[in-house]
Each structure stands twice: as C-alpha cells, then as structure tokens.
Design a protein around this ligand. Structure first.
Ligand SMILES: [Zn+2]
Length: 229
C-alpha cells in the first residue's frame, strides 16, 4: 500500500491536486473554481505553469509571473514555473521527465491539465502539455485521477462528463482571472465571457419546478480520463 495515494474518500489525510498548464492564466480559466473549492476543503494545491508566458503579452514575462503569483496566493496554492519557451513547447523527454519529477514530489490525488480535443485546433503549447501529462500520469503507479479542463478554444469534440458546481467559488475564480491584467484586452478574459462560459452548463441540470426564484449556478466542465478506486 505504501506506494498508493490515499483514497479520495478517506477524510483524515491531506490530499493534493496538481495542475499542469502551459501559460499563466490557463489554470485560472479552466479550473480555478475547483481549486478554490478543494482548498477550502483542506487540499494542498500545486499549480505548475510550463512557460512564463513571455510571448503572450506586450509586457515583460515578469509581470505575467507576478499575476499568476497573486492568483495562486489568493487561494493559498503553491506555484511552480517551468523553463520552457512560450509558443515552442513540444512533447519532449525533457517535458515528460520534468512533469514526472513534479508528480513524484507532490504525489497528487488529482492531476488537471488542458483539454485539447480531437480536432487539434488548440494552441500548440496546450496540445503538447496535455500529451506530456497524459504520458506522465499513465506511468504514475498510484494512479491519480486525471481531469482535462475546458479551455477557451471552441472545440466541438469537448464532451464533458464531470461537472463541478463552483457557485460558491465563482467570485474567487473571476477575481483570479481579473488579476491577469496584462491579458485583460483578450475577449475571453472579459467578465461577461467568463460568466457565460460558467453559466451555460447549467442547462444540463434539472431544477425543482415551481421554484419562486431561479438562482444562477456556475459550473466548470471536465473530461474525466481516469479515476481508479
Ligand atoms: Zn495557454
């Protein structure tokens, strides 16, 4: 048993979620509601950012790193930056081994990364990071749960099968996204866009009929790759 991770259902152990995303702000967009929720439940959160996002803004990458740092600190998450080049990430041995090393260090119960889909129309860095994480997770003998988070990319192959009600954590998520000020000019960083993305999955779920008030719920959608019990 000693190489196994504690069960997600044992209440007495501190559990860990590890996110691996290509750029500063990717995790905030995809899964920050879940991270905030898990953190409130006492989980350890380690956020791995593979590049410093140096090609994604007109500002120095230092600013993007600081923005990510502020967001991570808002929920008490650890933040780890990789040294890979923004825009030029490939599924290399270097990347896979680096992720494997982080997984050995953090022993995550849940790993979260990009969903990039069958269309392969996502950002090239996202495609490479998802592939490298899939390889690393398959090699982890404690069989962590692997979730792929919805990205900004419009991908008709995204068929989520795992949903998290993030209503209680939604303002925390929206605030973390807004901390990425260098990216605020991008359409998907606008609050109304974030709202719509988070609200639209609500139509999947039934409500009590006749409820006097229709309270909006906010969601994150995931594709669950593996969950071993
Ligand atoms: Zn990205």
């Amino acid at each position: 048993m000693d190489h196994m991770s504690p069960s997600l259902f044992s209440p007495d152990v501190q559990r860990t979620a590890l996110t691996v995303f290509a750029h500063p702000d990717d995790a905030e967009i995809s899964c920050f509601g879940l991270l905030s929720k898990l953190r409130r439940e006492g989980w350890r959160i380690a956020m791995v950012v593979v590049t410093r996002g140096e090609n994604g803004a007109d500002v120095a990458s230092w600013d993007r790193m600081n923005e990510a740092r502020r967001a991570a600190e808002s929920i008490g998450a650890e933040l780890i930056f990789g040294d890979f080049s923004d825009g030029f990430v490939t599924v290399s041995g270097d990347l896979v081994h680096w992720i494997e090393g982080l997984m050995q260090e953090w022993r995550p119960d849940i790993v979260l990364t990009h969903f990039t889909g069958d269309n392969r129309t996502s950002h090239q860095d996202h495609v490479a990071v998802e592939a490298a994480v899939q390889i690393a997770v398959r090699r982890a003998p404690w069989r962590p749960t692997l979730l792929l988070g919805e990205g900004i990319d419009h991908d008709m192959t995204f068929r989520p099968n795992w949903f998290v009600d993030i209503t209680e954590d939604y303002e925390t998520k929206a605030a973390a996204i807004a901390m990425h000020e260098s990216q605020s000019h991008k359409y998907y960083m606008r609050r109304e866009h974030v709202d719509v993305r988070s609200r639209r999955w609500d139509i999947n779920f039934s409500r009590p009929s006749g409820a006097a008030e229709y309270l909006p719920r906010y969601w994150e959608a995931y594709f669950l790759v593996q969950h071993a019990m």
